[in-house]
Design a protein around this ligand. Sequence first.
Ligand code: DNO
Length: 366
Amino acid sequence: MQMTFRWFGEGNDSITLKQIRQIPGVKGIVWALHDVPAGEVWSAERIEEVVNQAKAQGLNTDVVESVNIHEDIKLGLNTRDQYIHAYKETLRNLRKFGVKVVCYNFMPIFDWFRTDLFKETEDGSTALFFDAEKVISLTPEKVVNNMEENSNDLTLPGWEPERLKDLKNLFDQYKDVTEEHLLENLIYFLEEVCPTAEQCGIKLAIHPDDPPFSIFGLPRIVKNKNDIKRILNAVDSPSNGLTFCSGSLGGNPNNDLVDIVRSYASRIPFAHIRNVKHFEDGSFIETSHRDEDGSVPMTGIVNALYESGFDGYARPDHGRHIWDEMCRPGYGLYDRALGAMYLQGAWDTNVLLKNESIKKRQIQNN
Ligand code: DNO
């Protein structure tokens, strides 16, 4: 497991690369050119800028999250081929700098979504919250306003203001797009792009839907084990992989996360590991990464990754906002740094136990 940490770029993050390099075990940043609109090519010059900034702090740039997919590709419009072409160009440019994994999602219109970005919790910290009751009274417009107004003036990943300007039109376009259509459009995209990704030595890793169920009637196709199986089986390429995100898949208590890891470990180049706590009405809040604090089997997931021989990249995911930190929702320094340490502690315990059992066997054999 190679530990990484998400960073949103110079002038676009409350956290510095110097701070990130001081978190024990963190070897690289998870990054993107957040200002380049979906569908445009990432130029080698712009990529090089970030790579050099990271290098200067001894951090690698192996993982990109995300190269976003243009809406026309998700909708399967005739214009999609030009955007697919641009996607391939971006992969070729990323290859020049040794990028190994490109995370992306196939969620229509919205990326991740919560009803509250700074919900007060019992210990006085705040956290991202999904209120199942509140969501019923929301319209897509209210969601966008709420997300934008509460983001501490920092851009929210996946929430591109330009794209969301014309919400009504976007929703109209999705009116007749079923889950089957959306899946067909994903497969079309993967069949086109995977051969290029393979040539570039890049693994594409689809991110699950967050939350893992339909919102506002929009189709969602990466919600559970069955969806994952269909996607991975549809295009048989080492570059067709999964970003295992315990917080997203964990938004549905019926998802058996340990089983998903054990079943698809060889197709998981990248893992987002975080905890959420469920409530009876379907709401959930993001907690510390610690096993006992939420409903997700955090140490079980790390054990399953270890036992499956996982040698991909991992990052702590959304953290709470603690110690009065002013930061982008879910992406402060402190709680995620604690998360990185917790995950590595769980991993190192596995290493220790394995070494001890090898030693014991050697003694017995002698
Ligand atoms: C939110 C993130 C998502 C994720 C994308 C991947 O915090 O987990 O925005 O980066 O869905 O494409």
